[in-house]
Design a protein around this ligand. Structure first.
Ligand code: ADP
Length: 403
């Protein structure tokens, strides 16, 4: 069975075609600058990487470009679209409605639409992607929505409520939802496999660290808390996002700078975090280089990041009353050796021992165990694979539909 995995953004469309027989990626790529005068298309297959400039006025045109690439010319990997059995869509916000991956129906599209207020940058784009997909593939191909926050839906009330008047929760559904759930779910499952245990029997802290970052506490096989909140802005300092701060900072700055809500959002999401502190460097590689060469603000940015991550891990150990394993994943978690070393060493008091050799080896998609054989808590690097998780869910649901 071949599954197409789609991540539709407002001006982009990322895709992966996965043969579930062996879970092999046959092709993957991106349509960029959708809606602009000229767009960029990129596809990687076994034959290599191919790029071209092509105008894609909307998501339907982008899908037509993907269709042509998959079925013809040097990038051809299938004879026709009918070889694709089902399509899985990443959907950022499922609110409190969707607690698991769901077959897309007209009602589900309306449901995703009803959550646009909670994810104004993402959900409208996902709907465009879903509709365009239906136009190009027809309505008979099952389409599945895999929600970024479904895995977090098990959080107890005391973890997901904010300390503001209850009426705003009732009126606007303001609460912690969390994100990166598909990644946290994937690596937690892999971690349990590596440890040879049932996920239900281990206390886990999964750290998805990339441009956007979140940390999740998993106990009894369920998420009990996660660092991102109503939006992905909550948590600790990220590439360009502030993470949590005293809420008065926001109102203070709005008053002093005269910012509108949109301007405030832009500063907190795009100009803050590591980039805001360091003076423009958001990539972990640049931060390490700058800091090592004496750039004090880059050094401060990385120290803040490490300190805040340590505090989150500490909080979650307290929340779970223990921890059996800590997992690093995401672009930074999978690659940043200094960050991992700092975090591991800061938990030496817990009995974590650190294997520097393994830390050096675990990069660019290679996982590994960072803890020593005598460590009381296991520490792993596990490369994430959200697309595969989406494909697996899609396959499971499609098989039920297709019989
Ligand atoms: P996103 O949140 O956009 O999905 P990723 O998980 O892809 O982000 O992470 C991207 C980040 O990973 C980069 O900005 C960079 O900081 C970090 N990164 C990627 N490769 C390396 C590397 N080899 N060494 C250190 N950091 C890396």
């Amino acid at each position: 069975m071949k599954i197409l995995v789609i991540n539709a953004g407002s001006s982009s469309l990322k895709f992966q075609l996965i043969d579930m027989n062996g879970e092999v990626v046959i092709a993957k790529g991106t349509c960029g600058r959708v809606g602009a005068e000229m767009g960029e298309f990129e596809i990687k297959t076994e034959q290599g990487k191919f790029e071209k400039e092509v105008a894609m006025a909307n998501h339907t045109e982008a899908f037509l470009v993907v269709k042509e690439a998959l079925t013809s010319g040097e990038t051809k990997v299938i004879d026709s679209l009918s070889e694709i059995s089902a399509i899985g869509h990443r959907v950022v916000q499922g609110g409190a409605i969707y607690k698991e991956s769901t077959l897309i129906t007209d009602d589900v599209i309306k449901g995703i639409e009803s959550l646009c207020d909670l994810a104004p940058l993402h959900n409208p784009a996902h709907i465009q992607g879903i509709n365009a997909c239906m136009e190009v593939f027809g309505k008979d191909v099952p389409e599945v929505a895999v929600f970024d926050n479904a895995f977090h839906s098990t959080m107890p009330e005391e973890a997901y409520m904010f300390g503001i008047p209850y009426e705003y929760y009732e009126k606007y559904q303001i609460r912690r939802y969390g994100f990166h759930g598909t990644s946290h779910r994937y690596v937690s499952g892999e971690c349990a496999n590596i440890m040879g245990k049932d996920l239900k029997d281990i206390k886990l802290i999964t750290c998805h660290l990339g441009n956007g970052s979140s940390i999740t506490a998993i106990k009894d096989g369920k998420v009990i808390d996660t660092s991102m909140g109503l939006t992905p802005l909550d948590g600790f300092v990220m590439g360009t996002r502030s993470g949590n701060l005293d809420p008065s900072v926001v109102t203070f700055l709005q008053e002093k700078e005269g910012w509108t809500p949109a301007e405030t959002n832009a500063v907190l999401n795009k100009k803050s975090g590591i980039a805001g502190i360091s003076g423009g460097f958001s990539d972990d590689r640049d931060i390490q280089k700058e800091a090592n060469e004496g750039n004090k603000r880059a050094d401060l940015a990385r120290k803040m990041q490490w300190y805040q991550i340590r505090k989150y891990i500490g909080q979650y150990i307290a929340a779970m009353q223990g921890v059996d394993a800590i997992v690093f994943t995401g672009g930074i978690g999978e690659n940043s050796q200094p960050l991992r070393q700092n975090i591991c060493e800061s938990f030496a008091y817990l009995g974590i021992t650190f294997n520097a050799e393994e830390n050096a080896k675990a990069i660019r998609g290679v996982g590994g165990e960072l803890s020593g054989a005598d460590s009381k808590v296991k520490v792993y690097v596990i490369p994430t694979n959200e697309e595969l998780m989406i494909a697996r869910d899609t396959k499971e649901i499609a098989e039920k539909v297709l019989g």
